[in-house]
Design a protein around this ligand. Structure first.
Ligand code: ADP
Length: 573
């Protein structure tokens, strides 16, 4: 119908922006420059919020965490060549953590490939190891299809990182608006996302077997991780735990799916719970290093694992006693339904529960005795207790906690209390340091009703400290608390006899400038900075900044010789 057809021409930048909007994308993170500045501007004009960073690495970490928090693909936009390479940090982080993300990079003109074009790189090859899907729009007409495929792939099945390449010449090509609209429509028509994407492959027989195993176990345990958090399985987990009375153990980022304060929480008796359980239902958590590979000596050699995972590959890799493939929320619904037919419950006086709660009480009271002391100069525990209490006082909606560092993260994991799902973001499966500021920014834009509190080592903070300007620019409600002990792991711990050679007088590889004024950094941009070294100073800084809900950095002076090298992972260093 040529009379009503609009002949207005649009270019690849506009079509790319329209495709994102058509898919339902509302946020993008990135750094603009040649050739993607117009794309970012068109996306903003089309209603997408573009959060502009200083470095693609932080923006990429933000995109990965945004994907986790929202269940929608996190988008990172970068320029070609070096911009894409910086962005690979975020893409790899998404891939390893199994979070949905799409890295969209501009790339050089297709006609100039191989001739040393500006920022030329074979970006498809570079992104390959970190992508579950690679796409390249070789012509403007391919843009909508390429976008929908990459976005679908990021969230379908096991979520992960995807890469999409947009050559400069394609961004500059034009087509009529009506053709563009019909290309978007066809791409949306074949999009798989609405078509039972979260299918369950588990058979009812397996659900019955799983329930029988739990019912007949003497020492059952439910372990859940960030895959269960991603699946939003909190209500199903609550029902399962509370109807059966089975104790539970969250992984670090599973914390909060059920409150840490729940009477069936086994976190404070972790070694006993995993060492002695005979049947472990593991939901959305891999039996990788974080769970000691599910092997002795940490686990009993006879433990029967029931794994619930959306990835069949993961279940095949671990060879559990029983595997249930499917979305955690859906699988647990079936498990709960099966239990309801013939309910069972351990009951408060069950010896397994008594053993766990006794151990947990003992460990908690030992820890509380340590925490109760006001140690100045600060060790890690005193400020962590004060922060814990300040966060709990905020109430609901609970703040999102971002945590990284060696000792800071280890101590924080034990001391800080998570009461709501998906409120903890940390170094994750890959132990990625430098994620802090990106995660803060992602959390603040994904969960605008929540305060965001980062508890970071000074080394972790330093990776992306410049992004405090981004916090101020967007006026995000983020309070970054820096545990400043003057270096990676803190002071120089070397044996003086081993320090020889022409550079022996250099600062230690683990050292930073002592007493660095990190709080002044944010003041350079108009944010609020605090320097604190005593309990009263810390309490007052927390109370003021939590109330203000404006960007702030609290620089906490920590004794450089408190804590341990490599935190709790000394055996690996
Ligand atoms: P943690 O670090 O908390 O132990 P992992 O990242 O190791 O968690 O494991 C998360 C697991 O969850 C991954 O194996 C992933 O395939 C799985 N997963 C992701 N999404 C879902 C989902 N919707 N339902 C069930 N499992 C999921």
């Amino acid at each position: 119908n040529s009379q009503t057809t609009s002949q207005t021409l649009i270019d690849g930048n506009t079509l790319a922006a329209k495709s994102l909007v058509a898919y339902g994308i509302t946020h993008m993170f990135g750094v603009v420059g040649i050739p993607v500045t117009s794309f970012a501007n068109r996306a903003v004009a089309a209603g997408i919020r573009f959060i502009a960073f200083h470095n693609e690495q932080s923006a990429g970490y933000a995109a990965s965490a945004y994907g986790y928090l929202t269940g929608r693909p996190g988008i990172l936009l970068t320029v070609s060549g070096p911009g894409c390479v910086h962005g690979l940090a975020g893409l790899s982080n998404a891939m390893i953590n199994t979070w949905p993300m799409v890295l969209i990079s501009g790339s050089c003109d297709q006609n100039d490939v191989g001739r040393g074009d500006f920022q030329e790189l074979n970006q498809i090859e570079a992104a390959k190891p970190f992508s579950k899907h690679l796409g390249k729009a070789k012509d403007i007409k391919e843009i909508p299809k390429c976008f929908f495929e990459a976005l679908d792939s990021a969230v379908l099945g096991r979520p992960g990182g995807c890469y999409l390449d947009l050559p400069t010449d394609v961004l500059h090509q034009t087509i009529s608006e009506s053709e563009a609209d019909s290309l978007i429509k066809s791409a949306a028509d074949v999009s798989e996302i609405e078509k039972g994407a979260k299918k369950i492959t588990t058979a009812s027989l397996e659900v019955e077997r799983a329930v029988d195993l739990l019912r007949n176990a003497e020492r059952p345990l439910i372990v859940f991780g960030k895959g269960a958090a991603y699946a939003r399985a909190e209500n199903e987990l609550k029902r399962l735990v509370e109807s059966t009375g089975i104790p539970f153990l969250p992984t670090p980022m599973g914390k909060g799916l059920l409150p840490d304060t729940h009477e069936l929480a086994a976190s404070a008796a972790r070694s006993l719970a995993i060492g002695k359980c005979d049947v472990a239902l593991v939901v959305g958590a891999r039996l990788n290093w974080l769970l000691h590979f599910g092997e002795p000596p940490k686990w009993s050699k006879d433990v029967k694992f029931i794994l619930v995972d959306v990835s069949e590959e993961e279940i095949e890799l671990r060879k559990p006693h029983l595997g249930l493939v499917g979305d955690a929320k859906k699988v647990l619904e079936l498990v709960n339904k099966e239990i309801k037919e013939d309910p069972f419950c351990l009951g408060k006086n069950h010896p397994w529960l008594e053993a766990i709660s006794k151990k947990a009480r003992d460990n908690v009271s030992r820890m509380e005795a340590q925490l109760a002391k006001d140690v100045v100069p600060f060790n890690f525990l005193t400020p962590m207790r004060i922060i814990r209490n300040a966060i709990l006082e905020v109430g609901s909606p609970a703040p999102v906690l971002v945590s990284e560092g060696a000792n800071t993260m280890d101590v924080g994991r034990a001391v800080l209390v998570q009461t709501e799902p998906r409120t903890r973001l940390d170094a994750g499966t890959w132990g990625t340091m430098g994620v802090g500021l990106g995660y803060c920014i992602a959390a603040a834009v994904a969960e605008p009703h929540r305060l965001v509190v980062a508890v970071e080592g000074d080394s972790g903070f330093g990776f992306s400290a410049m992004e405090v300007e981004t916090l101020v620019r967007y006026q995000l409600p983020v309070v970054v608390i820096v545990f400043n002990n003057g270096g990676v792991y803190g002071g120089d711990r070397r044996n003086p006899e081993e320090i020889t050679g022409p550079f022996k007088d250099d600062p230690a590889p683990t050292s930073f400038v002592p007493g660095a004024s990190y709080h002044v950094l944010i003041e350079a941009f108009g944010g609020k900075g605090y320097l604190v070294g005593t309990p009263d100073e810390l309490k007052s800084a927390l109370s003021e900044s939590f109330t203000a809900r404006k960007p702030a950095v609290i620089n906490v002076t920590i004794d450089p010789y408190a804590g341990a090298e490599s935190g709790r992972m000394q055996h690996k260093n």
